[in-house]
Design a protein around this ligand. Structure first.
Ligand code: FE2
Length: 401
């Protein structure tokens, strides 16, 4: 497994008096209909290592889980083994999707208690998992819809630096046997490093409610680059605010649908997600957008296609902004960017390259973004028009406009 540092390059060796001092994104858990098959989908298409697993053969009687890793990204795919498992009901209602954005913290119990004191609703009281190698303590709170945030503190062989080196993530997991796909992925890396941001769709009129929830409960801050102008246009028909966890761990934009001429992409998501808010996309960071996207294309990742006309104006727009702010023009090969269908945007701090997949499952719900930042800390606002036109075209294809 390749290791990569988080932006803050923190290890879990220190302590902090602030219970809400997040160390890292510990993992992102998906509830899926068939974890064994989903593991191969994400391994084949996005280059994840199927690194660890827990199933009937390892003594896991209620659920099967697979830990997929790449860089500092840890995805856990979980499926219920009976109709009574909570994952079974959630998958029936929402399809495959994100259940838990879990954070590594210094003391899960203290973090949990602090968030409860701040007004959170409990999803799991502090629970200890330990064996001769070490201890994992986990506690969880509810956020929008069916999603939760778990807080995980780790010690001994389960400390985060050990996990990053390929050690087991918790006592219930076993290391995978040698898998051909893992060998292939080592030889053909996709270059995804960590979760850059994680976007939620919530119901109309609920964005500010959840912004305040993150401010009050998690003590996140509205991102300083937040543009408080309403970004709703005839194309986008959505509003969005960005929350920042601090410590360089994660940014969490929250979208709500707005009234537009046509059905909002956010409303389409909600309608296929049992009218329940949830995670719309996870953005994975790469240091080399062109190489990552070329490899992902080669593997058959289904990316959103942007009209050719986008590239007629993009260089003038982006390079003008960069030069006006004293930055160099986009250094990547412009023609190659066009060939790969990558989107580019710039602001006063620099530029970014980004590309979005189509939905990852049959319902038009969760998708991924592949993002590379060259100074810019924003989210590609300059691409919204082209992007939303493309998304509308996709909604039309699905009969959902
Ligand atoms: Fe994004």
């Amino acid at each position: 497994m390749t290791t990569a540092s988080t932006p803050s390059s923190l290890s879990q060796t220190g302590t902090s008096t602030d219970p809400l001092r997040l160390i890292d994104v510990d993992h992102v858990r998906f509830y899926v209909g068939n974890a064994k098959q989903a593991a191969y989908f994400y391994a084949n298409t996005f280059g994840f290592q199927i690194q660890q697993y827990a199933d009937l053969t390892t003594g896991s009687r209620e659920e099967a889980s697979y830990l997929l890793t790449q860089g500092n990204i840890r995805l856990i795919l979980t499926t219920g083994l009976s109709k009574d498992h909570p994952a079974s009901e959630e998958v029936m209602k929402h399809g495959d999707g994100v259940k838990d954005i879990a954070f590594t913290v210094f003391d899960a119990e203290k973090t949990y208690e602090k968030t409860i004191a701040n007004g959170a609703e409990s999803a799991l009281e502090p629970t200890t998992y330990s064996d001769e190698h070490g201890t994992v303590i986990k506690a969880s709170i509810k956020t929008y819809g069916r999603c939760i945030h778990s807080f995980v503190s780790r010690s001994g062989g389960y400390a985060l630096p050990e996990v990053k080196k390929g050690g087991r993530i918790s006592p219930i997991f076993q290391l995978s046997p040698n898998l051909t796909i893992n060998e292939y992925n080592k030889a053909n890396p996709c270059g995804l490093k960590y979760v850059d941001h994680c976007v939620a769709n919530v119901e109309m009129g609920k964005m500010n409610h959840w912004v305040e929830w993150y401010e009050n409960v998690m003590e996140f801050k509205l991102f300083k680059h937040f543009d408080d102008k309403d970004i709703s246009t005839e194309y986008s028909a959505l509003m969005s605010k960005v929350l920042d966890s601090g410590f360089g761990v994660i940014k969490m934009p929250i979208n709500e649908p707005a009234e537009g001429k046509r059905k909002s992409q956010i409303l389409e998501y909600l309608e296929w997600h049992d009218m329940t808010p949830g995670i719309q996309h996870l953005a994975f960071r790469t240091d080399d957008e062109l190489t990552s996207v070329a490899e992902l294309n080669h593997r058959g990742v289904d990316f959103l296609q942007i009209p050719e006309s986008y590239y007629e104006k993009v260089w003038e727009r982006v390079n003008k902004t960069l030069l006006e702010n004293g930055h160099e023009a986009v250094k990547e090969d412009h023609e190659r960017i066009r060939e790969l269908g990558i989107l580019v945007d710039a602001d006063d701090e620099g530029y970014l390259l980004q590309l979005f997949t189509r939905p990852l499952q049959d319902r038009p719900t969760l998708f991924f973004e592949i993002i590379c930042r060259r100074g810019s800390q924003s989210f590609g606002k300059g691409n919204f028009k082209a992007l939303f036109e493309s998304l509308e075209h996709e909604q039309e294809r699905r009969g959902n406009l």
